[in-house]
Design a protein around this ligand. Structure first.
Ligand SMILES: Cc1cc2nc3c(=O)[nH]c(=O)nc-3n(C[C@H](O)[C@H](O)[C@H](O)COP(=O)(O)OP(=O)(O)OC[C@H]3O[C@@H](n4cnc5c(N)ncnc54)[C@H](O)[C@@H]3O)c2cc1C
Length: 287
């Protein structure tokens, strides 16, 4: 329950943080809210020799519109996501999802950037970012680059982030006004990670689905993009037969572990149930 010893660094700018991480090498890790990293260090599942705390870097905070996108600084807390009027108006699925993460104490400190950079398949935001078609802005000593959320997750705790890189912001294209959205999460109790969860973003035109993107949480080694399921639904009126086929396609890409949240077969079925609920909620909200 006591982490190994480490050196603590608190840079004041992104350039300083990037320089520190480059100098300190693979034994250094960025520290955001610490609500995933510190528990892992206490369990000795992580033992970085240097922590580079990003909390004093103002340029990593804030939520703003930029053209048809919204940019959210990586150090924006989950509570700030809940409280943002801009996000409530343009990307309501983010507030809905944040409110399903842990409890207010965790959300006051845990950051959006930490949630998506962590690479834990149990984190809720990656599936939502996949459904939204978001991309992540990364900065390292080699410069800046942008990686689509759909390509970022490579395995449990294994992402496209290279050693020394910092996620600086999340860029999200704003879905059209009147889009349908939902994040449905099955959990054993308040504050629990998902047994299974599904994120849906869809648009309707003339009563038919014009676009549909689906992300799934905690039913594989990474958050999953249920691309085929979205394709099946596009052009449909979300009739029962088509929804059934889409759910089967989504369940087929899952590979959950059997654990204390239930056996694999149950968790796979729950992914389908969460998707059915999310589709119904998104349809009801779409105009
Ligand atoms: C009791 C409890 C319940 C929880 N329940 C849930 C839940 O239901 N759903 C959920 O999604 N989460 C849950 N969490 C996790 C919480 O949301 C964390 O805050 C989040 O996963 C990580 O964000 P952080 O800011 O705390 O990051 P940290 O813990 O500081 O960092 C996490 C990892 O990401 C890396 N990292 C962080 N920021 C950056 C960056 N900008 N650039 C590069 N790498 C970075 C760190 O090096 C570390 O490896 C829970 C946590 C607790 C303590």
């Amino acid at each position: 329950m006591i982490p190994g010893s480490f050196a603590y660094h608190r840079p004041k700018s992104l350039a300083e943080a990037v320089g520190l991480l480059a100098d300190l090498g693979e034994d250094a890790r960025p520290l955001a809210g610490g609500h995933s990293l510190i528990p892992m260090m206490k369990l000795r599942l992580a033992a970085p020799e240097h922590l580079v705390d990003l909390r004093a870097i103002g340029e990593l905070r804030g939520i703003r519109a930029e053209g048809s996108d919204i940019l959210i600084g990586a150090m924006t807390t989950q509570h700030e996501v809940v409280a943002s009027d801009l996000l409530a108006a343009k990307l309501p699925i983010l507030k809905e999802t944040s409110l399903l993460i842990a409890d207010p104490q965790v959300r006051y400190v845990g950051t959006l950037g930490g949630n998506v950079a962590n690479g834990d398949p149990g984190n809720d935001m990656p599936a939502v970012m996949i459904a939204l078609g978001a991309s992540y802005l990364l900065a390292g000593k080699g410069g800046e680059r942008r990686v689509a959320a759909r390509e970022f997750y490579q395995g449990a705790y294994f992402t496209a982030l290279e050693a020394g890189e910092i996620l600086t912001a999340i860029r999200i294209p704003v879905p059209p006004a009147g889009h349908g959205h939902a994040y449905e999460k099955l959990k054993r109790k308040i504050g629990d990670y998902a047994t299974a969860a599904a994120a849906v973003i869809l648009t309707l035109a003339g009563g038919k689905v014009a676009s549909c993107a689906i992300g799934l949480t905690n039913v594989g080694e990474t958050a999953l993009f249920a691309e085929e399921a979205g394709r099946i639904l596009t052009g449909s009126s979300l009739d029962a037969e088509t929804v059934k086929r889409a759910i089967a396609a989504a369940e087929a890409i899952t590979a959950p572990a059997s654990d204390n949240r239930g056996p694999a077969a149950y968790r796979r079925k729950m992914a389908g149930v969460m998707l059915a609920r999310a589709l119904a909620a998104a349809k009801a909200r779409a105009s």
